[in-house]
Design a protein around this ligand. Structure first.
Ligand SMILES: [Zn+2]
Ligand SMILES: [Zn+2]
Length: 255
């Protein structure tokens, strides 16, 4: 199974998984990069996975329907282009012979879902939309810090070798913030250097991994003493992980 990050707009990736004949794409905000990849690789489109309703994630869905030989799968609690098969926590989506577990991960939007693929013989995969980014998390447009904390905790509990496929190339700007939260974290400094070289070479910094995010992402490190202390300095009302996440998210919005 091949995994591609198709660049779209200024900083989106449309993830494509294909077996050499059939492909599935995640959050096609624009149809053009998907059509170009299908043509170039001579693939059929076997399915579309959608994580949430924002236009940069669903804008290309209708334009892709004429060549779609399968279903559009999306969040049960959100409005996305009809028709689609609605999914919520506990559902399993079968595409390309793979089983994707659906996770409810509210916070960025109220009905955001993620798709976790755990039974591929190689490394597991997570399509997390705009909930988790490398080094950061999505803005809380429709959800609460408590919801985002619970959603990120579901990701943190996945196998550490899970490949994390986020929708945006925000890594370097997130790492500037992560370094401000934890100036003493050498893993953040080392990862920043690696990502700078990757971007200079014109390559995506993604996918990341759960193991990596647990060492560098402040929003997954809300119980680490250095993170708690910095969050308290920035106005966190207690040492509680949700209060820490709320303060970090607020600070990041102004950063
Ligand atoms: Zn979004
Ligand atoms: Zn987005």
């Amino acid at each position: 199974m091949n995994l591609l990050a198709l660049p779209a707009f200024a900083d989106n990736y449309i993830w494509m998984l294909h077996d050499g004949a059939r492909a599935v794409v995640v959050d096609p905000g624009d149809a053009a990069p998907v059509e170009a990849a299908l043509d170039r690789l001579q693939l059929s489109l076997a399915g579309i996975l959608v994580t949430h309703h924002h236009g940069d994630h669903v804008g290309g869905v209708d334009a892709l329907r004429p060549r779609l030989q399968g279903l559009v799968h999306g969040p049960a609690k959100e409005r996305i282009p009809e028709p689609f098969t609605p999914h919520a926590e506990g559902d399993v989506v079968d595409i390309l012979g793979l089983r994707f577990k659906v996770l409810d991960v509210p916070g960025h939007t109220a009905g955001h879902v993620a798709y976790a693929q755990m039974d591929e013989p190689t490394a597991p995969l997570l399509f997390c939309g705009d909930t988790l980014f490398s080094g950061g998390c999505g803005r809380l447009f429709e959800g609460t810090p408590a919801q985002m904390h619970a959603s990120l905790a579901k990701f943190a509990a996945l196998p550490v070798d899970t490949r994390v496929c986020c929708t945006h190339e925000y890594t370097l700007s997130n790492l500037r913030f992560a370094a401000a939260v934890e100036p003493g974290n050498a893993d953040i400094a080392a990862y920043t250097q690696r990502c700078q070289a990757t971007r200079e070479a014109g390559r995506p910094t993604l996918p990341s991994s759960i193991a990596l995010e647990l060492t560098i992402n402040p929003f997954l490190r809300c119980t680490q003493p250095a993170v708690v202390q910095m969050a308290r300095n920035k106005g966190a009302v207690s040492d509680d992980a949700v209060a820490v996440l709320a303060a970090l998210r607020e600070w990041k919005n102004q950063f």
